[in-house]
Design a binder for this molecule. Structure first.
Ligand SMILES: NC(=O)c1ccc[n+]([C@@H]2O[C@H](COP(=O)([O-])OP(=O)(O)OC[C@H]3O[C@@H](n4cnc5c(N)ncnc54)[C@H](O)[C@@H]3O)[C@@H](O)[C@H]2O)c1
Length: 300
């Protein structure tokens, strides 16, 4: 595998692990990695979907599935053990699995189990990936990249009615930044990147993330989904507001993200000029001690 500096401009033969890769954005990433000639390990908690996906991808390259719960440190350790036993390396660790909190609405209506589930998958899942894989990646001496699928919701600015999810994504964007700095400071052969899925509406299973919620982390006060929390409702609301409703081709999005990895970008996202404008406005407000504009400011 050729590398350019710490970039990875040729992924042929590289070993890539994608969590939450059985469906949605992760599947697009898996398909793009296979197109590049990488060997891909798809780690996902939803076993039937994982099996179906891996069967469908057979013939498209070297791909296998490993049932994994990213929120469970032992499950991620087992995944890392399998990957290093079978391939001896991991060049791309893509911490992509993520869920919404399911709490929706007002921050004070979120239950502890909303926090536990969302942070368990989004934040501890990312931490578990790094803890399980990075020491082995460093020890292997191979070049590598750890990619975090974050969200502009939290990573750039919060959507106030998705407060727990936004907080989890802010946490992993911050963590990935620290990780990238320490990879460089410790002169490792690794780097880190943040991927912000972007470029239009993303019609994925995130809207039905509850399907994978463990029963022990169910809401104590169950309630029907808040209005506006299905993809169809969200799209209709955007259309009513005269905002664009084009949906993103998830394989194209995967190709875009993988291209960003190959180019060695730290932030991989569409519309970074818009994000920059919002971040400048946020910085200006913070510098004056004021509440910064949220993701709903219309600047993005
Ligand atoms: N859809 C969006 O609008 C959007 C926007 C920005 C960021 N994201 C992020 O993109 C990532 C992928 O989400 P998506 O939109 O493709 O949703 P998705 O539900 O289609 O895919 C998520 C995948 O993660 C898996 N998963 C869930 N819990 C898991 C666990 N505990 N362990 C392992 N796998 C688990 C699911 O089975 C599924 O295959 C998430 O991190 C999400 O936060 C999504």
């Amino acid at each position: 595998m050729r590398t350019r500096g710490l970039g990875m401009d040729d992924l042929r033969g590289a070993v890539a692990v994608v969590t939450g890769g059985a469906a949605g954005i992760g599947l697009g990433i898996v398909e793009a990695l296979l197109e590049e000639g990488a060997k891909v390990v798809v780690a996902d908690v939803e076993q039937p979907v994982l099996e179906r996906t891996v069967a469908e991808l057979a013939g498209r390259g070297e791909v296998r599935g490993v049932v994994t719960d990213v929120a469970d440190a032992a499950s991620m350790e087992a995944l890392a053990d399998t990957v290093f036993a079978d391939y001896g390396a991991c060049h791309v660790l893509w911490n992509n699995a993520g869920v919404t909190s399911g709490g929706g609405g007002n921050p004070w209506e979120q239950e502890p189990n909303d926090w536990k589930w969302c942070f368990g998958v989004n934040v501890f899942g990312t931490a578990n990936g790094v803890l399980a894989f990075v020491p082995k990646m460093i020890e292997s001496g191979e070049p590598g990249v750890v990619v975090t699928t974050s969200s502009g919701d939290g990573g750039i600015a919060p959507v106030p009615y998705a407060s727990v999810y936004a907080s989890s994504k802010a946490a992993i964007s911050c963590f990935t930044e620290a990780l990238a700095h320490q990879f460089a400071a410790q002169e490792t052969n690794l780097r880190a990147s943040i991927f912000y899925p972007s470029g239009g509406l993303l019609e994925t299973g995130l809207w039905e993330a509850q399907r994978n919620r463990p029963p022990e982390l169910a809401r104590v006060r169950p309630r029907p989904p808040a209005p506006g929390t299905t993809f169809a409702e969200f799209k209709a609301a955007l259309a009513a507001a005269g905002r664009p409703t084009d949906t993103v081709d998830l394989v194209e999005l995967g190709r875009f993200a993988v291209q960003g990895v190959k180019e060695g970008r730290f932030v991989i996202s569409h519309n970074l000029d818009d994000a920059g404008r919002l971040l400048h406005a946020r910085a200006d407000a913070i510098a004056k001690g004021e509440l910064p504009p949220s993701a709903l400011a219309g600047l993005t």
